[in-house]
Design a protein around this ligand. Structure first.
Ligand SMILES: *[C@@H]1O[C@H](CO)[C@@H](O)[C@H](O)[C@H]1NC(C)=O
Ligand SMILES: *[C@@H]1O[C@H](CO)[C@@H](O)[C@H](O)[C@H]1NC(C)=O
Ligand SMILES: *[C@@H]1O[C@H](CO)[C@@H](O)[C@H](O)[C@H]1NC(C)=O
Length: 462
């Protein structure tokens, strides 16, 4: 059978297995007894962390999504075969249908192969994790012996470590949803110290097709939609979009099976209140973005399909007059950058009266949405390639080279302090970052890097 299409399903899924520091399993054992084997406790703690980080929700979701894909493909194949039987016209023998079926078969074979590989990886992971847990348990038992000898005085901390281990054993495969934090509240994760990854790197459903776009997951999802992911592609002139594409999980987004599909803002693109520019975010079932041809934030409610607008201050630059840039180019229609963090939605922009410096405002979600506090910065927007918010701190990136971007600037909204010496580097796979946003649910950074979607783990330290 001739292979007519080779869909790059294989190439789409790359999850690196980097171990990450985390503030889980923090241990506060402080003992004056020198004999206590801190190194062993540290090793146990590290192993527990490894365990938490090895089984990611993505990996278990990958299986679900592949199975879903297969279960949708097989009935289609059956239908097509039935059609072919009916179409027997002697001469051409349903040549078109035959081609369709060939394609179907290729895709199905690829899915089965991938399922097989995912399964194998999954088995291997479970084995590793079981072994790791066993080791941790042994270490803990040994440490407990010291405990009975009164070496460890702070039982509490030990309890906490054990509880985290149990959590790891019982729900390691489920994401923990962090409660949202009020602005100005202390960051529950500590200080952002590094970015590792990419963890996920995928071209998604339309490889190479849309350079400009955004993707992510709703930090405050409606019940039942916790694992949903969304994608917005600027399908018209690299500037405009008019729908949100939904995927039931991260792996569905990776293999490109969009269920439940598109939610349309308007049938035409562009028109009043459709999307302009790539830096959009989904929060609490609503998409926040730069409204077409306006210095305003639009909020599109995916349930009611209604759009509310929020006018930005007079003098706000729009229609590609206040873009993100680096030395060689500016990214068109990046005037407004919407962002999410633990406290909700933010908007980053610039105005004429601020001479092109970044301005940050908190967006209050009410009906209608409003701006609350605003922070003016001393960083020139054209020297910045993108921004994101994490734990009430604004971070800005700049272009270093084709493979590297640097988080060079921060503004802490709690203290009002700016820093130009952040010095955290991000590995890219391609030159231009067209979208960057922080996901407070799992402390991941979502990026659109030219037409590719990447995600990174954000590391915090207390
Ligand atoms: C799954 O992969 C294994 C080796 O990796 C291979 O032996 C087996 O035939 C594969 N099964 C299917 C159904 O492709
Ligand atoms: C940050 O992470 C990168 C990539 O994992 C690593 O190479 C680098 O050493 C880390 N930097 C710090 C300061 O930990
Ligand atoms: C969206 O609309 C639904 C139905 O009218 C409403 O219950 C929900 O609160 C709205 N969401 C937002 C974010 O406004």
């Amino acid at each position: 059978m001739k292979l007519l299409v080779v869909l790059p399903l294989w190439a789409l899924f790359a999850v690196t297995q980097q171990k990450a520091l985390s503030d889980d399993c923090q241990c506060e054992l402080i003992s004056s007894e020198k004999q206590f084997p801190y190194d062993k406790l540290k090793a146990a703690q590290d192993a527990a962390l490894g365990c938490i980080n090895t089984i990611t929700p993505q990996k278990s979701a990958a299986l679900d999504s592949l199975l879903l894909g297969l279960s949708r493909r097989l009935p289609q194949l059956e239908q097509d075969v039935a059609m072919l039987e009916k179409e027997d016209d002697g001469e051409l023998f349903g040549v078109l249908s035959l081609h369709i079926i060939e394609n179907e078969l290729v895709e199905i074979q690829q899915m089965i192969d991938k399922l097989n590989r995912t399964n194998a990886e999954s088995d291997r992971l479970s084995e590793n994790v079981a072994q790791q847990l066993e080791n941790v348990k042994e270490e803990m038992e040994e440490l407990e012996k010291f405990d009975t000898m009164q070496v460890v005085k702070r039982q509490q901390a030990n309890q906490r470590l054990k509880r985290d281990l149990d959590q790891c054993r019982n729900n390691g495969v489920f994401p923990t949803i962090q409660p949202t934090q009020p602005i100005g509240g202390a960051c529950p994760h500590g200080r952002l110290v590094n970015i590792t990854g990419p963890r996920v790197h995928t071209a998604g459903e339309y490889p190479g097709s849309y350079k400009y776009g955004a993707w992510g997951r709703d930090p405050k999802p409606e019940p039942g939609k916790e694992s949903w992911h969304w994608r917005v592609m600027l399908t018209s002139s690299n500037r405009y979009a008019h729908y949100v594409r939904l995927y039931s999980s991260l792996s569905s987004l990776i293999v490109g099976i969009s269920v439940p599909g598109n939610v349309q803002i308007h049938p035409s693109n562009p028109t009043t209140n459709t999307i302009q520019g790539p830096n959009v975010v989904l929060y609490a079932g609503a998409l926040y973005y730069n409204c077409y041809n306006k210095d305003a934030v639009c909020r599109f409610n995916l349930t009611s399909k209604g759009v509310t607008t929020l006018d930005l201050p007079k003098g706000t630059r729009y229609n590609s007059k206040g873009d993100f840039c680096h030395l060689e180019e500016c990214y068109p229609f990046t005037d407004l950058d919407l962002a999410t963090d633990e406290s909700g939605v933010w908007v980053v922009y610039t105005t004429t009266q601020d001479h092109g410096n970044l301005v940050l405002s908190k967006v209050e979600e009410g009906e209608p949405p409003k701006l609350s506090r605003t922070w003016r910065t001393s960083v020139y927007k054209r020297s910045v390639t993108n921004t994101f918010m994490a734990c009430g701190v604004l971070y800005a990136t700049r272009f270093v080279n084709k493979n590297t971007e640097e988080i060079f600037y921060s503004l802490d909204t709690t203290t009002g302090k700016e820093s130009f010496k952040v010095g955290i580097f991000i590995n890219k796979v391609s030159s231009d970052i067209l979208f960057l946003n922080y996901s407070p649910v799992d402390q991941m950074l979502h990026m659109q890097n030219d037409a590719q979607m990447l995600s990174y783990k954000v590391l915090f330290q207390m």
